[in-house]
Design a protein around this ligand. Structure first.
Ligand code: EPZ
Length: 438
């Protein structure tokens, strides 16, 4: 098992480069299953989740080839003959549930494992299932699997309102609706840039979708979709993570450049909140430049569906608050228990408490390096971020969580001035007996 060893000397000087989006690449991979031949996706990040989803797709018969150096992935679904996504694979990555919409859309039937929970609690899929039924699918749940089928000739289509807004359900329902026999309408749909990019790729394949980026999507089903070549978007959460790292762990007054991101994908709320802390940020076409002031102001945030503040950036914002000169709160309205990073940040000395779905941080306490445990993807990157400003050495354990969503993070940060390296370790080794000072 691997850990990342970080020395906190706040020496992030940059530049940093943003890779391809995990949360756009995964639905794009599912979309290729609807094409009439081999499709290619470029700017695909080399992540555990991409490799896991490739295995899920291969299970049913399609060929998936990935060139990690070229960041190019190709899918040929011609040989798809087993519309199944097994538990052993789906449990590793929730987005595998996109196979339900893709297999229903392509084959008219699907057997897909329910994804189960994740590190911070239950992650239901009831909206996915209710929506498919509203579009005319016959769905039975049995032994932890969703057994789905369409009437002869495919789904009729229909209308369904999402409550709450759901990225995954929006994506899954679009995958099913684009080849339905009739029209479909998704109300209270997600408008995340990941969803918009995915919807635009479906349009390039011939799908008829109106309303991308709004809360109401209207789809006119078509008989077939064309395969093609699609470019994945830059990862907006990696961009946001790098921005917050620079705002927290760079030498004050040193401009840090972050390249190849699409800053519009951060949303206006995130940008306004970051500006309110006093960090100087300039947004050019493909480069964002961050200059940290001597002191940051405490600014409270509340997560919300896009264009609101992304829940995937709340753990990173929590670390930034630890460096401010006051007290502020982080409220997650999307996941009310996504705070597994808090006890680990407390181990580093951060003054932080959680009440319900709100964490309250009192900034200004210097952090001390320690061993800390990753619990999920964004929690683990917040621990690396805290290690960059803690005095001494911080070991971030179980970084397989981090490898799900950040490609070669230690290489990127190391090249940008941070003292960080990866080490293998034995999680179950007996701790060395320490001589206790008299
Ligand atoms: C996507 O997850 C992202 N994952 C998550 O990023 C992200 O945190 C989340 O959207 C919210 O932005 C991918 O894109 C692969 P949701 P998803 O359905 O689709 C509730 C990361 O770190 N809900 O938008 O699973 C749900 O419980 C990951 O990259 C239902 O109640 O999230 C939550 O409260 C972590 N029933 C809210 O909706 C359902 O059927 C939003 O969840 C589905 C969701």
């Amino acid at each position: 098992m691997d850990k990342l060893v970080v020395h906190g000397d706040s020496s992030l000087t940059g530049p940093l480069t943003v890779g391809g989006s995990k949360n756009t690449a995964l639905p794009l991979m599912a979309a290729t299953l609807l094409g009439d031949g081999p499709s290619t996706i470029t700017n695909v990040p080399d992540l555990r989740d991409v490799r896991t989803f490739s295995k899920v797709i291969r299970y049913g018969g399609p060929s998936v080839t990935f060139d990690p150096k070229a960041h190019t992935l190709s899918v040929d679904a011609t040989a798809l003959e087993t519309p199944v996504a097994p538990y052993e694979m789906v449990k590793k990555m929730r987005a595998s549930f996109y196979m339900l919409g893709a297999l229903l859309g392509r084959c008219g039937r699907a057997k897909v494992s329910l994804p189960g929970g994740c590190a911070w609690g239950p992650r239901p899929v009831d909206l996915h299932i209710k929506g498919m039924r509203a579009f005319g699918a016959d769905i039975e749940l049995d032994e932890g699997y969703v057994h789905a089928s369409t009437p002869p000739g495919g789904l009729e289509g229909g209308t369904f309102r999402l409550d709450p807004v759901s990225v995954g359900a929006t994506i899954n329902l679009l995958l099913a609706a684009v080849t339905a026999r009739g029209p479909s309408k998704i109300e209270n749909a997600a408008a995340e840039p990941d969803v918009v990019a995915f919807g635009r790729a479906l349009q390039e394949m011939g799908a008829q979708i109106d309303g991308l980026g709004t809360r109401t999507l209207e789809v006119q089903g078509v008989d077939r979709l064309r395969s093609g070549t699609f470019r994945n978007t830059p990862d907006r959460i990696e961009l946001g993570t790098f921005l917050l790292m620079a705002a927290t762990a760079s030498p004050p007054g040193t401009p840090v450049k972050i390249r190849k991101g699409t800053h519009e994908h951060l949303g206006p709320v995130f940008k306004d909140k970051l500006a309110a802390t006093g960090v100087d940020v300039s947004y050019d076409d493909e480069t964002v430049t961050v200059t940290r002031p001597d002191t940051l102001r405490p600014v409270s945030i509340e997560t919300a569906p896009f264009p609101g503040f992304a829940t995937d950036l709340q753990a990173q914002w929590t670390v930034l608050l630890g460096t401010t000169d006051g007290t502020a709160t982080v409220t997650d309205t999307i996941y009310d228990d996504r705070f597994k990073h808090v006890p680990e940040l407390q181990r580093l000395g951060m003054e932080i408490g959680v009440d319900g779905n709100t964490a309250t941080v009192r900034g200004g306490t210097p952090l001390q390096g320690a061993k800390v445990m990753s619990t999920d993807l964004r929690a683990s990157v917040s621990l690396v971020m805290a290690g960059m400003i803690a005095e001494g050495r911080t070991d971030v354990l179980r970084v397989y969580h981090l490898d799900r969503g950040y490609e070669a993070l230690e290489d990127k940060l190391g090249a940008a001035g941070v003292s960080i390296h990866r080490e293998a370790y034995d999680e179950f080794a007996e701790p060395e007996r320490e001589s206790v000072a008299e």
